[in-house]
Design a protein around this ligand. Structure first.
Ligand SMILES: [Zn+2]
Length: 273
């Protein structure tokens, strides 16, 4: 039996290792610190009794739970990533555990007045009465996707401890650098050897997605012409007006906040000089 406390302990042990990825890096993994958790995971997969636990030069981890049935069934895989997004710091994560959530605002950080509120994130109300794990407001939690890794490792541990549950061969794969769009780049699908696999990286319990999101990115550079404002007539070209013109030429309704389902959108991501 794996208790809730065991699972929380496992999750906290993962999120307290900083594994932020870095889009500016050319290496795989993009940050050396991702090895810290990768090596822990290899040890843990071995210690729970997984077979053929491997890690390659790019820190892609694979492991196998052998079939315990004597007939042929498809090989299925479970995949997750151990990096966290570079958008916010994943160092010094200090998880807060809230038992029996009452559905009200959660003060993550009183000193900095950081509140997690169902007024803003109404999904919180789905978890009223349950145990929530949050940050202290100053870092990422890293549940994306260390929750997925926790689920997979715990499920494997459970299956190993309960051989009366019959299953075919199960493959487990953990990858670096998903958050910077490179998680699948060096994933050796053939070696993994699953007939099909599930990425445990969703949002709500029971959700199953069988399609994937695709997008292309563009960087637009606007160059103006600098002239002293006193002598600017007919000469100055203000790049900020051109950038604004460009932005305004995109359909205002084709944006994430105005679209859903299969409707495409433009997502202005950042602007800087
Ligand atoms: Zn993810």
């Amino acid at each position: 039996m794996i208790s809730k406390e065991d699972i929380i302990k496992r999750f906290v042990s993962y999120v307290t290792v900083d594994t932020e990825s870095d889009p500016e890096s050319d290496t795989t993994p993009s940050t050396a610190k991702q090895w810290d958790l990768a090596n822990i995971l290899v040890g843990e997969l071995k210690s729970i009794g997984m077979h053929d636990v491997t890690i390659d030069d790019n820190a892609y981890i694979m492991a196998t739970l052998p079939s315990n049935v004597d007939h042929d069934v498809p090989v299925i895989g479970f995949i997750s990533h151990f990096d966290t997004t570079p958008h916010f710091t994943g160092a010094n994560v200090n998880p807060q555990i809230i038992e029996n959530y009452d559905g009200k605002d959660i003060v993550l950080n009183a000193a900095e007045d950081i509140i997690l509120s169902p007024d803003y994130f109404d999904d919180l109300l789905l978890y009223k009465g349950q145990t929530l794990i949050t940050t202290d407001g100053t870092t990422l939690l890293g549940a994306d996707d260390k929750a997925g890794i926790t689920e997979i490792v715990s499920a494997m541990e459970y299956l190993i401890a309960n051989p009366q549950i019959k299953h075919g061969t199960i493959k487990v794969g953990f990858t670096p650098d998903e958050e910077i769009g490179r998680g699948a780049h060096k994933f050796d699908v053939k070696t993994f050897g699953a007939d099909w696999a599930y990425t445990m990286d969703g949002s709500q319990i029971g959700e199953l997605e069988y399609e994937n999101f695709n997008a292309a990115g563009a960087k637009v550079k606007v160059k103006g012409k600098i002239v002293h404002p006193g002598y600017a007539k007919g000469k100055m070209v203000n790049s900020m007006y051109i950038a604004t013109e460009f932005i305004n030429s995109l359909s205002r309704m084709e944006t994430p906040e105005h679209t859903e389902g299969y409707e495409g959108f433009f997502h202005l991501y950042s602007i800087s000089r």
